[in-house]
Design a protein around this ligand. Structure first.
Ligand code: AMP
Ligand code: MG
Length: 315
């Protein structure tokens, strides 16, 4: 398949509207989209990524008004989160309506919905004739793609088009809050932090995922994620380590002596922004081991910790 590279949101949307699978930039990571009504495109999307069929897709809209196109009910906690954080890096899980096919929700009665703030994403979505189902635009299991070049590397020849935008400013996937029950539940940490959510919804609880859960609250969380080819070793303050050959480091503090490649991030925001692109860069340089400083569980540190722990295969 020929993948059309374009800088035009309109051209990319036209390709999606005619049943194509189209990658597009957002502020979190690049997404791989198909119209929710295009059954065949949805099937191709799962196939292109190698994504398991029981891992639901997040539906993307350009305006909160479109929520009624996909959600059966918007309760008070959802309303508050929409008011404070839409558009932005927050996905809400809501009861779905009959317009959302089960192929999008992987058989669930709920749907994940997000309204990205990235202006090119908004322009693209506004030209799409229906809401757009879109997981992250990377091969399943690999680090998410935060630049169009990373999407190209994973998916060229497998998708119809790639809308080229700037690198993602956040670099980490959206925060997911399940508002479909009586108590809101944080399912996945992201750039909208637990502290920000608690300020709006003091009753919010954090989902503790265990392998014993018969029906996982967020099915995607049970799969291996975000892993580069290199091994990941997590570092806590004052860890004594013997540096292996061909190793790299990313973190907030100075690197251990002897690593051949490193990135020091002055803030947690920069750590999040560069994490996945650093993983991909390390793989392109033949790095065998990446040492990653584990930040504290505060603010966006919670999301970075979650991705690092998953990338290291420890969850
Ligand atoms: P990705 O788009 O690749 O970041 O993956 C989407 C994530 O959203 C996965 O972890 C899914 O499990 C989660 N997700 C999407 N829809 C739902 C839903 N209806 N209920 C719970 N989690 C969802
Ligand atoms: Mg993903």
């Amino acid at each position: 398949m020929q993948t059309t590279l374009t800088d035009s949101a309109k051209e990319a949307a036209d390709i999606l509207n005619s049943g194509g699978v189209v990658a597009f930039p957002t502020e979190t990571v690049y997404g791989l989209g198909a119209g929710i009504c295009h059954t065949e495109a949805i099937r191709q999307l799962f196939h292109a990524k190698g994504r398991p069929g029981d891992n639901p897709l997040i539906v993307h809209i350009y305006s909160p008004e479109q929520l009624t196109d996909v959600a059966e009910e918007i309760n008070q906690s959802a309303r508050l989160l929409i008011e404070h954080f839409f558009p932005g890096p927050l996905t809400l899980v809501l009861k779905k309506n009959q317009r959302v096919p089960y192929s999008v929700t992987a058989g669930l009665e709920t749907v994940g919905v997000r309204c990205p703030a990235n202006p090119l994403a908004q322009e693209f979505l506004s030209h799409c004739s229906s809401p757009v189902a879109a997981p992250s635009a990377n091969l399943s299991g690999l680090p998410s793609a935060t630049s169009w070049e990373a999407v190209y590397e994973d998916l060229h020849g497998k998708i119809n088009a790639l809308l080229r935008g700037k690198p993602s400013t956040i670099g980490i996937e959206s925060t997911i809050v399940d508002c479909s029950g009586s108590v809101p539940v944080l399912l996945r940490a992201g750039a909208i932090t637990l502290e920000q959510l608690e300020a709006v919804l003091p009753e919010i609880i954090v989902n503790v995922h265990t392998d014993k859960q018969e029906i996982p609250k967020s099915p995607g969380l049970k799969y291996p994620h975000y892993a580069p080819k290199a091994s990941i070793r997590l570092l806590q303050a004052n860890d004594e380590i013997t540096i292996r050959p061909s190793s790299a480091y990313i973190g907030l503090s100075a690197p251990p002596e002897g690593v051949s490649l490193f990135r020091i991030c002055p803030t947690l925001q920069e750590y999040g922004r560069h994490l996945f692109s650093f993983f991909r860069h390390c793989d392109s340089q033949g790095i065998k081991m990446i040492y990653c400083e584990l930040p504290e569980n505060i603010g966006i540190g919670r999301a970075i910790r979650d991705r690092l722990i998953r990338a290291s295969g420890k969850r």
